[in-house]
Design a protein around this ligand. Structure first.
Ligand SMILES: Cc1cc2nc3c(=O)[nH]c(=O)nc-3n(C[C@H](O)[C@H](O)[C@H](O)COP(=O)(O)O)c2cc1C
Length: 374
């Protein structure tokens, strides 16, 4: 029996959808799509179905176009085959009573021609440094530094917005409950938001309002397909990754993002935080005043992720500054994580060597806890 006095297991209304608990599975790239074509497989369906006890699953990043791919073997959501593959995934999750959102992804400059034959695209021809794509060719699989990207023309920016819209239509046809835009971790959407990577002089660059425009248009486009109440956006204001630095006033920028998304009626905002292991002891990876200001700026659901365990998750929910906690690595090795949290059962450790690529090993072969059998 689940203890409903446990704040993690109180149902929560997230936009149009009622979640049965506040435990989310964070989006995680696992690089196991079938080749050629980057198609999700039956194995992918089995993996997500095992994790259907989460209040909501956010899928691994799934690219909206070929040039939007930054890592070999990640699944796409632009072809009929990919859409059909995802349908087997959502059917399997729904059959187990779960819910699943598709994380729509365009990596922008964090890419390489070896993946798709084209020069990577970005708001501006700026290479942030420290960014690399995962490629595979006759020299073998490896991380390859990304070249300087090509700046998208204004018409091309509008075309990318349409690629997101088409991806949302495909996600709907594939049976997803909603979509999450990957606006975090230094990929295309964040490249538009940050002044350091966006040096444009058209309507998509320059002042803050212009830098928000791409995300606003993408959000409106996918909301036109699903309804804004089935759309979430992931951000990572204080997590410098993939060539994005931290020199800007991230709080000001992302509070403006939150207000803009609030105005569009978006269901949830998902903050990807540094894990506590990555910041000095005793420091919150996100400034407390930012958490409060975010709550003021955004009326929808706030989801957080990054180094949470049961105690930290319950603590942040108790503060009222978050509504749902997403777990990443713990979900890799504990398919029944929600059950373990509910019953305070121990967690298995994840094997890092099988995070990306391969088959069943380290993917579908982590068992449920022996004491948690249904
Ligand atoms: C193997 C792996 C793949 C990931 N892939 C993605 C991804 O596709 N999209 C994304 O937004 N975050 C991705 N992340 C970040 C996670 O969603 C999460 O924010 C991070 O793991 C911190 O949470 P945790 O401490 O609970 O693992 C990934 C993390 C891991 C470990």
């Amino acid at each position: 029996m689940t203890d409903t006095s446990d704040i993690l297991f109180r149902p929560h209304r997230m936009g149009a959808v009622t979640l049965l608990n506040r435990v989310a599975m964070a989006p995680m790239t696992r690089s196991r799509a079938a080749q050629p074509g980057d198609v999700p497989t039956e194995l992918t369906a089995a993996y997500y179905a095992q994790r259907a006890g989460a209040g909501v699953i956010v899928s691994e990043g799934t690219q909206v176009s070929r040039v939007g791919q930054g890592y070999a073997f990640t699944p796409g959501i632009y072809s009929p085959e990919q859409t059909a593959g995802w349908k087997t995934v959502t059917d399997a999750v729904h059959a187990r009573g779960g819910r699943i959102y598709a994380q729509l992804w365009h990596v922008g400059r964090v890419s390489h021609p070896l993946l798709h034959g084209a020069q990577p695209v970005a708001p501006s021809a700026v290479n942030g440094g420290g960014q690399a794509a995962f490629v595979v060719d006759d020299k073998g699989p490896r991380m390859e530094p990304s070249p300087v990207p090509r700046a998208l023309s204004t018409d091309e920016v509008r075309a990318v917005v349409q690629e997101f819209a088409q991806a949302a239509r495909n996600a709907k046809a594939a049976g997803f409950d909603g979509v999450e835009l990957h606006g975090a971790n230094g990929y295309l959407i964040e490249q538009f938001l940050r002044a350091e990577s966006n040096r444009r002089t058209d309507a998509y660059g320059g002042n803050l309002e212009n830098r928000l425009r791409f995300l606003a248009e993408v959000t409106e486009a996918v909301a036109g397909v699903f309804g804004a109440d089935r759309v979430g956006v992931r951000i990572s204001p204080f997590l410098p990754l993939n060539g994005i630095g931290a020199e800007e006033d991230a709080a000001e920028l992302f509070l403006a993002v939150a207000k803009m998304l609030d105005g569009l009626g978006v269901a949830y905002l998902h903050t990807s935080e540094a894990s506590p292991m990555e910041v000095p002891p005793g420091t919150d990876p996100v400034p407390q005043d930012f958490r409060s200001a975010l709550r003021q700026a955004f009326r929808g659901t706030i989801m957080v992720a990054g180094g949470y365990d049961g105690a930290r998750a319950r603590a942040i929910l108790e503060t009222g500054l978050a509504d749902v906690v997403a777990f990443g690595r713990p979900y890799i090795s504990n398919p029944d994580l929600a059950e373990r949290l509910a019953r305070d059962l121990p967690w298995a450790d994840a094997d890092r060597s099988t995070f990306y690529g391969g088959g069943e090993q380290g993917y579908t072969d982590y068992p449920a806890h022996a004491d948690a059998a249904e």
